[in-house]
Write a protein that binds this ligand. Structure first.
Ligand code: NAD
Length: 309
């Protein structure tokens, strides 16, 4: 029975995850090594709770869980049933955390990582009970997107995968269990295939960035929220797909390195919203409005899709 969760890392993902777990009745003890991240997380929690209210997500009968902030890693993991690691996407930083918590956690504690795609099989070598180590990949914003990938590594026990799958279900969320531990898992493999093609089309001057976004959001994106790719193949007809893919697959972007369009921006510190410029330019006012605007639209879409079931 998972009741107390230690959440390590409170950057982009941590606060939304904490809010969602607490709303599901779990007690969360959160820790981040940066004081500023803890302050930002504290400010973000009521915002995430407000989004959960607007989604109509209510606590279980036993009531909402608590969120506490620990002063150390040891304090955070003490007596917890589950650790969710949310530190930066760097195998070295993650390995350090696993080695540090290894002697501190109980014999039944599950350790889950929110890595976006580092294979679980390698990460689990840093802990003395790899059978209780698992991937639990949330999607951003984690308090709003209901799908969570569950990935077992070579040494993960099936019971560990089942426990995380069942926990996600008990929260009213949608677990997707992978059958193999592949880099990038499934969500990001599909997304990165799309992003490679999108960046290539803009870079080659086929289309303006804004028009590409309109094309994907209102063409494929809007439809794919209702009809997934496998169902879409059946809707279009496999004969049509066979015919088009017989010439188109050979023409699609297939570069193995990072596109120059991205490398050039990276070198110029044009990293997107966080630096004010990336694929687009942003004013500070626009940046302040974007997060709320996007959350509002995602909530509205999810409510309508759920009501239409
Ligand atoms: P982030 O960089 O925004 O936050 C990471 C936090 O970890 C920071 O606040 C940092 O201070 C803290 N941290 C670093 N070292 C620490 C340590 N030793 N102990 C405690 N805290 C420490 O990262 P993020 O975007 O929240 O991503 C976290 C993980 O989730 C990554 O593995 C990432 O790939 C994955 N993820 C991210 C997204 C996304 O859209 N950002 C989506 C899904 C999964």
């Amino acid at each position: 029975m998972i009741r107390r969760v230690a959440l390590i890392g409170l950057g982009t993902m941590g606060p939304g995850i904490a809010a969602r777990l607490a709303r599901g009745g779990l007690d969360v003890v959160a820790f981040d090594s940066a004081a500023a991240a803890v302050e930002r997380a504290k400010a973000m929690l009521p915002v995430a709770a407000g989004a959960l209210d607007r989604l109509g997500i209510t606590p279980p009968e036993a009531g909402e869980g608590t969120i506490a902030f620990a002063a150390s890693l040891a304090e955070a993991v003490k007596g917890c049933d589950l650790v969710i690691e949310n530190v930066p996407e760097d195998a070295g930083i993650k390995a350090e955390i696993y080695r540090a918590i290894d002697p501190l956690i109980g014999s039944q504690t599950i350790v889950a990582t929110d890595t976006s795609g580092i294979p679980i099989t390698g990460l689990q070598e840093n802990i003395s009970h790899p059978e209780r180590f698992v991937g639990m990949h949330w999607s951003n914003p984690p308090h709003i997107i209901p799908m969570i990938e569950v990935i077992g590594g070579a040494k993960t026990a099936p019971a560990t995968v089942a426990a995380i799958r069942d926990l996600i279900r008990s929260l009213g969320l949608l677990p997707v269990v992978l059958k193999k531990d592949v880099p990038g898992f499934v969500e990001n493999r599909v997304l990165y295939a799309l992003l490679r093609e999108a960046v290539d089309l803009v870079e080659r001057g086929v289309i303006e960035a804004e028009d590409l976004d309109t094309c994907v959001s209102w063409g494929i994106g809007y439809k794919i929220a209702v009809i997934g790719p496998m169902a879409l193949l059946d809707m279009a007809g496999l004969d049509i797909y066979r015919s088009v893919s017989s010439f188109l697959n050979a023409d699609l972007a297939d570069r193995k390195d990072v596109s120059p369009a991205v490398e050039e921006r990276f070198a110029a510190r044009k990293l997107g919203i966080k630096t004010g410029e990336g694929m687009y330019s942003y004013t500070p006012e626009r940046i302040a409005a974007l997060q709320g605007e996007r959350a509002g639209k995602l909530i509205a879409i999810r409510r309508i899709l759920e009501a239409a079931k």
